[in-house]
Design a protein around this ligand. Structure first.
Ligand SMILES: NC(=O)c1ccc[n+]([C@@H]2O[C@H](COP(=O)([O-])OP(=O)(O)OC[C@H]3O[C@@H](n4cnc5c(N)ncnc54)[C@H](O)[C@@H]3O)[C@@H](O)[C@H]2O)c1
Length: 336
């Protein structure tokens, strides 16, 4: 049984609280928030759980082995650092921090102390993404040419971060996971309507040294709820649609055949094969994510979305932010 403390019980925190408490091998013993009403709500749901407005009190509890950080992103670094410094394992929501230097410090702290540091890149635990990753790695799609992702909806409009920081970490984490490489350049264009200086819609293009590319379109100002990732390979194409309740993954046996060698009269031939829907054992990604954190603590494993993965995603966000400020100019990624 792993005993946990959690900090931050706003919009997202209660979902993690429910899932960690739903695991047989974990319990959240103490919760902290600055907002008394949020604390009382959680306290009435889990009567045995201690509640406090003091993070120091949470860290003072010697039974707490791991800390779940679900406070807003600007607070991630300080809260996660304090937990690591007192020898706790840390699960921190995405993005890991606001600056790469801060995130790297968290990674170094966790590694020096042999603690688990995991970032909430939720989609990496989605069964459909796991299946897609197997298909990419086994070569079933052929050579992956490019992928593009859309994460659109009306709301939730944030005040402390733009649409890229709020929504794109998910798609960036999946792009890096599927392609298995970090981009060389990032270009981002933003459209700002609701609040000065906070883009509501962002178009992000990642270019990789392999020649592959990933495009991410995020927006909280859109009439459609879209959560879709399309992967185009030389043999097959795959679409992951997280809004579809039953058919999350579709595989299109479509492609374009190139002639073996170019000669006069040779032309590209289009291939239209079957569309298949793989059967996926759908379990709640959030539950799988929470279970993974507990398993990593129990077995001393490195999480799939560990601190280093958090830094990789953050590097893309930082470069994207610089590109936004440069009006969309591609920015070369700094290497770690
Ligand atoms: N994985 C996902 O799909 C997903 C979805 C939504 C949000 N998130 C992430 O979860 C985090 C929280 O987002 P949210 O939408 O719940 O934010 P929120 O503003 O709704 O809630 C944050 C809560 O943290 C509390 N808080 C702030 N600073 C604190 C501090 N220093 N100590 C204790 N409590 C503090 C606030 O009182 C509030 O109750 C963010 O990092 C966000 O990116 C992840």
């Amino acid at each position: 049984m792993v005993t946990l403390g959690q900090v931050g019980l706003g919009y997202w925190g209660p979902n993690l609280l429910r899932n960690f408490n739903g695991l047989a091998q974990a319990r959240v013993k103490v919760c902290c928030d600055l907002d008394g009403a949020a604390l009382r709500r959680a306290g009435s749901q889990y009567p045995g759980m201690a509640i406090t407005t003091s993070y120091a009190d949470l860290l003072d509890d010697p039974e707490v082995e791991g800390v779940i950080v679900t406070a807003p992103t600007p607070a991630h670094y300080e809260l996660a650092k304090a937990a690591l410094l007192t020898g706790r394992h840390v699960f921190v929501e995405k993005p890991i921090a606001l600056a790469v230097a801060e995130a790297e410090e968290l990674v170094a702290l966790a590694e020096a102390r042999g603690r688990v540091l995991m970032v909430g890149h939720l989609l990496m635990y989605h069964p459909a993404v796991t299946r897609l990753k197997q298909m990419v790695d086994s070569g079933e799609l052929g050579e992956v040419y490019y992928l593009y992702a859309s994460r659109l909806n009306l709301g939730q409009v944030r005040r402390s971060e733009n649409a890229m920081w709020s929504l794109a970490p998910h798609d960036i984490s999946v792009a890096l996971y599927l392609l298995g490489e970090e981009p060389e350049t990032v270009a981002a264009q933003g459209l700002t309507y609701l609040q000065p200086g906070i883009p509501d819609t962002v178009f992000l293009t990642l270019r990789f040294s392999s020649g592959r590319a990933a495009h991410v379109h995020v927006s909280w100002l859109d009439p459609h709820k879209v959560r879709r990732i399309t992967v185009v390979g030389s043999q097959k194409m795959a679409v992951f649609d997280d809004v579809d309740s039953t058919e999350k993954l579709r595989i299109y046996d479509k492609g374009v055949q190139r002639p073996a060698y170019d000669s006069y009269g040779d032309s590209l031939s289009l291939r239209f094969g079957d569309i298949s829907i793989p059967r996926i054992d759908m379990r709640e990604p959030l539950r799988l994510e929470c279970q993974h954190f507990i398993d990593c603590i129990a077995n001393g494993q490195r999480p799939l979305s560990d601190g280093r993965n958090g830094v990789q995603v953050l590097r893309v966000l930082e470069a994207g932010q610089r590109s936004l400020e440069l009006g969309g100019e591609p920015v070369v990624l700094e290497r770690g």
